[in-house]
Design a protein around this ligand. Structure first.
Ligand code: SF4
Length: 267
């Protein structure tokens, strides 16, 4: 091993989970590495324990506690990830960096990606896209697939539901697409938030203009992460928002397809 590789391997960052045998966040069988910190505060977030950069405490009903977030070195993460190399090879899978938003720790993400590529692993990055282009550009050559969230096209509505403007998100996506990156756009569809025709049409128009974006995945809202809010002592503001019906999802997918955008329901 060269000296510079040793230096990379000791780079550290904050990780809050590693899940093996995942099937929905990129092709094949994958290991998901969840990096801590996110600049957004989406009302429907499934991983609220990943939002803050520092560790967060989850308090369970039975009185036990779990800390979400611990510092890990690149080589420690790689050791976990490499346990399933045989499954990646057989299934066309690999590693997906998720979060939070992995671009909140751009230096750590870059070293992780380089280390993966040094071990011939396929890589995906799931992101909100809310980052400085100066942080996106250096990691892009090491990313085989971007899973890029697009929540709302209207800047004001985007700010209202996520806490930030979508200006950077849209411009980073345009630049990635222009560079020929392989991107799947993912839209979490939340009833009453972004499931209206106006938003879907604006999304279809935008994605159609991007040329190289492969497809859009519509992810129906579900309440799987709800109990975590209670454990964190944080309010869940969506209340009893219903999960969207299958027919509604089909109808929304059809709006995107009117723009010639390849659309799939689910991840
Ligand atoms: S971008 Fe993703 S991780 Fe961040 S707050 Fe929104 S849903 Fe949660």
């Amino acid at each position: 091993m060269h000296h510079w590789e040793v230096v990379m391997a000791t780079a550290e960052g904050m990780v809050f989970d590693i899940q093996r045998y995942a099937l929905h966040d990129g092709a094949g069988i994958r290991t998901l590495v969840f990096l801590k910190g996110c600049p957004l505060r989406c009302a429907w977030c499934h991983n609220p324990e990943g939002q803050q950069k520092r560790p967060q405490v989850l308090r369970y009903e039975n009185g036990t506690e779990k800390i979400a977030g611990r510092r890990m070195r690149v080589d420690e993460v790689l050791r976990e990830v490499e346990k399933d190399t045989i499954f990646y090879d057989e299934s066309g899978g690999g590693v997906t960096f998720s979060g939070g938003d992995p671009l909140v720790q751009p230096g750590f993400l870059l070293e992780l990606l380089k280390a993966c590529k040094g071990h011939d692993l396929r890589t995906a990055v799931e992101t909100s896209g809310y980052a400085r282009w100066e942080d996106v550009a250096p990691v892009a050559p090491y990313v085989d697939l971007w899973l890029y969230d697009l929540k709302l096209m209207d800047p004001e509505r985007h700010r209202r539901w996520t806490g930030v403007s979508n200006r950077r998100i849209l411009s980073n996506l345009e630049q990635l697409a222009a560079s020929g990156a392989h991107v799947i756009v993912r839209i979490p569809l939340v009833p009453g938030v972004n499931d209206d025709r106006q938003n879907l049409e604006a999304t279809g128009r935008f994605v159609a203009s991007l040329g190289s974006v492969g497809e859009v995945h519509l992810l129906p809202y579900h309440r799987a992460g709800m109990s975590k809010y209670e454990r964190l002592g944080v309010d869940y503001t969506l209340g009893d928002t219903p999960e969207p019906a299958a027919e509604a999802m089909e109808r929304l997918a059809a709006i995107l397809q009117e723009w010639g955008v390849r659309t799939k329901i689910g991840g």
